[in-house]
Ligand binder design. Structure first.
Ligand code: GFB
Length: 312
């Protein structure tokens, strides 16, 4: 991938897509194509076919997806499976038809069985039942992996699949119903501090464990693997370290400076007990994360404060 190569970042406004654009532009790539949803609806098969036929991008980062936290996935499985299948089918198939040199497909750590041995190796895929709260999304992402592998086999394409762990950072979704835990806790503790609330209600028991990778690290890994990795086997992208939700809540409460109590709403789902990724394949390819959870939480809170100040 040259600095002047034509690179399409699908989903460039989202958490992952915006980080990939930042990483590419910081690295001096000058020909990055971005299309808003109104300019190019990735759910519209004809529009996507016309776009690829006309623009003929050389490289594609497919960071477009319908994403959300545990409650969004649990309550909207039809939207998650439908929209993710349609978007990835349109992007992957037209990348093949238009002769894209290489495509990066982004999956998720939730593709692995609910009770995988930990840490989770890539070969544990499809060795057991999925976590029910997000099995629709997981099946869509597994289909995307299979599509990339099948096109590589039959058509000789070079479509690689990365499986990121839980991501967070600038441009994350802070809506309390549909977001992931880290941004939700930043917003909950901030608002409780501002309003002098005596306690903050969190979901589940706090005992599940999660691994968190800053999205700028994910973007750096995606650009690195676009340049260095040409295999069809999936690659886990994570830090290899995890914390309990209770520990995470403590880190965020301290970063925000909230002094109240935590209340756990056990009517809300815990989800999978643990999904720590084995990142030895990624490390053997020569990449390691740089941003620590403590630094990442601080930076994300500062980004969030700047954003809400702008909205006032
Ligand atoms: O981040 P999260 O929504 O998704 O939840 P998953 C992680 C854990 O944090 C769960 C707990 O055990 C939640 O119950 N939690 C505690 C909270 N308080 C909150 C809160 O206020 N908001 C949220 N959202 N969680 C997702 C999958 O699973 O992981 C997606 O559903 C995707 O498909 C994503 O794969 C990476 O980590 O459980």
């Amino acid at each position: 991938m040259e600095k002047t190569s034509k690179i399409f970042v699908a989903g460039h406004r989202g958490l992952v897509g915006s980080a990939i654009v930042r990483a590419l532009e910081a690295a001096g790539y000058t020909n990055v194509i971005k299309k808003t949803r109104s300019e190019l609806d990735l759910l519209d098969q004809k529009a996507v076919a016309d776009f690829f036929a006309t623009e003929k991008p050389e490289y594609v980062f497919d960071a477009a997806a319908k994403v959300g936290g545990i409650l969004a996935n649990k309550e909207h499985p039809a939207e998650f499976i439908h929209q993710n299948l349609v978007i990835q089918n349109n992007v992957i198939h037209n990348a093949y038809l238009s002769g894209v040199k290489k495509l990066v497909f982004l999956g998720s750590s939730c593709i692995y069985p609910k009770l995988s041995p930990q840490p989770i190796k890539e070969e544990y895929l499809l060795t057991g039942p999925l976590e029910p709260t997000n099995d629709a999304y997981a099946i869509a992402k597994i289909a995307g992996i299979m599509m990339c592998q099948s096109y590589n086999k039959q058509y000789g394409t070079n479509f690689i699949s990365l499986m990121p762990t839980n991501l967070y950072g600038p441009n994350d979704n802070f809506d309390l119903e549909s977001s992931h835990v880290l941004p939700a806790l930043i917003r909950k503790f901030h608002e409780a501090k501002e309003n002098g609330a005596p306690n903050v209600t969190l979901w589940g028991t706090g005992s599940p464990m999660r691994e968190f990778l800053h999205v700028d690290d994910l973007a750096d890994a995606a650009v690195f693997l676009m340049q260095k990795y040409d295999g069809s086997e999936i690659v886990n992208v994570g830090t290899g370290e995890d914390v309990t939700i209770k520990e995470l809540a403590g880190f965020i409460r301290d970063a925000v400076g909230y002094a109240g109590e935590l209340v756990w709403d056990t009517d809300k789902p815990d989800g999978t007990p643990r999904k720590l990724l084995d990142v030895s394949r990624l490390h053997s390819l020569g990449w390691k994360h740089r941003i620590s959870l403590e630094t990442g939480i601080k930076d994300t809170y500062e980004w969030y404060l700047a954003k809400i100040r702008l909205l006032k």
